[in-house]
Design a protein around this ligand. Structure first.
Ligand SMILES: Cc1ncc(COP(=O)(O)O)c(C=O)c1O
Length: 448
């Protein structure tokens, strides 16, 4: 009988804990009366409701934890924060202070990073749509550009001609890792498209492949997806290294790491199923360390987390504006916020707590947003104690995508504050009607 290969033993802390019941967690009867030391009603009185609140301490801690988990397993490692998740200047700046580089997917995001002083060679430029001018600027600044498609490849070859240089590029690849697979971005490995793309670039002689990039999806809570992505990356690299002598400066495993929010279709609560950073790192790093490196030099490993860094450090205060009984007898509560500010309600069953003492008798409740739209439901079913008009709810873990995907629809967007060491900073002022209408014109002809 053949002996099994040796596998290094590892101890990985498991994330799950606490009390499990039929609904996955105990009822939410403990109110959240203070956030970072400040009383909920005082914050709302001072800065308005709804209100986003960033715990800077938590954000820094997330970065440090994630960085440690990966760097301790793979020395040449760098986090590039995915701007699209939340590109408030303060959020990006705090993460850059901690050591993050930037990952951007549009010229607009590129400019935010540049404006914050991120050096060009610390910006990764991804995405399916980059204009010629944006690409030119990125190459001039020595940013890492990951090619998404053949049209883009051709534009970059033209830029190489114009500049009279061979340009270093990364290639975005995708693999059949999820159901449905993420085939929209980059070149597929299994079908041979990725191999053909590298062949095409080598044959063109104008581009030099120095990077490989994959982003397997978002809220990927199955760490084996990352292991398979890493294995595929190592295999693909070996192929192009052996065939054309491609030597990588970096490989990039993208984002997708989950947060503790719960998806609508999940059976157990997110805080019990969300993998730890150690579990993700352990799924990826040992596989990459086995790669076939040129001169024994490890390519830099990038990851591009978004949600896993910024979701949990943000919470939202929202005011209850009405309560009602539905014909079914169910209790419903209406908030002063809605899916305009919480677009992630499409995916998440947001937990929330009362912002004041409300008693311990819970009732199954539908939480409606305040938009005049039937689909504006913030949580279709949550056990909540009695709450009244003008009282507050606190929704934790709202930092990912909600601000960058917010819509200005019938209400103005609220303020965002950041609290660090007891000090409150307004990092985005609440919108005004004048601001929203600033670029509108009312031609004389239409005035009445
Ligand atoms: C290329 C790329 N990198 C990183 C991310 C960040 O993903 P997440 O917020 O799931 O970590 C995204 C988001 O979809 C992405 O498209």
């Amino acid at each position: 009988m053949e002996k099994k290969p040796y596998v290094k033993p590892t101890i990985v802390r498991h994330a799950s804990g606490g009390i499990l019941n039929k609904f996955g967690r105990p009822p939410q009867t403990v109110p959240t009366k203070r956030i970072e030391g400040y009383a909920v009603e005082e914050l709302a009185a001072e800065y308005g409701s709804p209100l986003f609140i960033l715990s800077v301490r938590e954000l820094r801690q997330k970065y440090r934890d994630m960085n440690r988990a990966f760097r301790s397993r793979y020395p040449n490692f760098q986090i590039s924060y995915s701007y699209k998740t939340n590109y408030l200047k303060s959020v990006c700046a705090i993460l850059h202070q901690e050591g993050a580089w930037a990952e951007v997917v549009s010229g607009f995001e590129y400019d935010i990073a540049e404006n914050l002083g991120v050096p060009g060679n610390q910006i990764i430029f991804n995405g399916p749509y980059k204009t010629r001018d944006e690409l030119k600027k990125a190459f001039a600044a020595k940013s890492m550009v990951n090619i998404d498609n053949y049209d883009e490849m051709q534009v970059i070859e033209d830029i190489a001609d114009e500049l009279g240089e061979v340009l270093e590029v990364g290639v975005r690849i995708n693999m059949d890792l999820n159901d449905p697979p993420w085939h929209k971005f980059g070149f597929n490995v299994e079908s041979g498209q990725a191999y053909e793309a590298v062949k095409r670039m080598v044959a063109g002689g104008k581009l030099k492949v120095v990077g490989l990039h994959i982003h397997t999806g978002t809220y990927v809570d199955d760490v084996s997806v990352y292991s398979r992505a890493a294995e595929g990356m190592v295999r693909f690299y070996s192929q192009v290294h052996e065939r054309w002598g491609v030597n990588l400066k970096y490989w990039d495993l993208g984002g997708g790491y989950a947060s503790q929010n719960t998806l609508h279709w999940a059976y157990l609560p997110g805080e019990q199923t969300c993998p730890t950073f150690d579990q993700y790192a352990q799924a990826i790093c040992p596989i990459l360390m086995e790669g076939n490196f040129a001169n024994g030099k490890l390519p830099r490993l990038f990851i591009e987390p978004g949600r896993a860094l910024v979701d949990e450090p943000f919470s939202m205060i929202t005011r209850i504006v009405a309560q009602k009984r539905l014909p079914t007898g169910a209790r419903a509560v209406v908030l002063d916020t809605g899916m305009n500010m919480l677009s992630s309600v499409q995916w998440y069953r947001y937990q929330m707590q009362s912002g004041q003492d409300s008693g311990t008798t819970v009732e199954d409740t539908i939480i409606y947003g305040g938009l005049c739209m039937n689909i504006d439901v913030v949580n279709p079913s949550i056990s909540l104690p009695p709450v009244r008009r003008e009282e507050f709810l606190v929704i934790p873990h709202v930092g990912a995508y909600n601000l960058s995907q917010s819509w200005q629809f019938i209400y103005l967007r609220p303020a965002v504050i950041a609290i660090e060491e007891g000090k409150v900073h307004v990092i985005k002022r609440a919108e005004t009607r004048e601001y929203v209408q600033e670029f509108e014109e009312l031609p004389e002809d239409f005035n009445f």
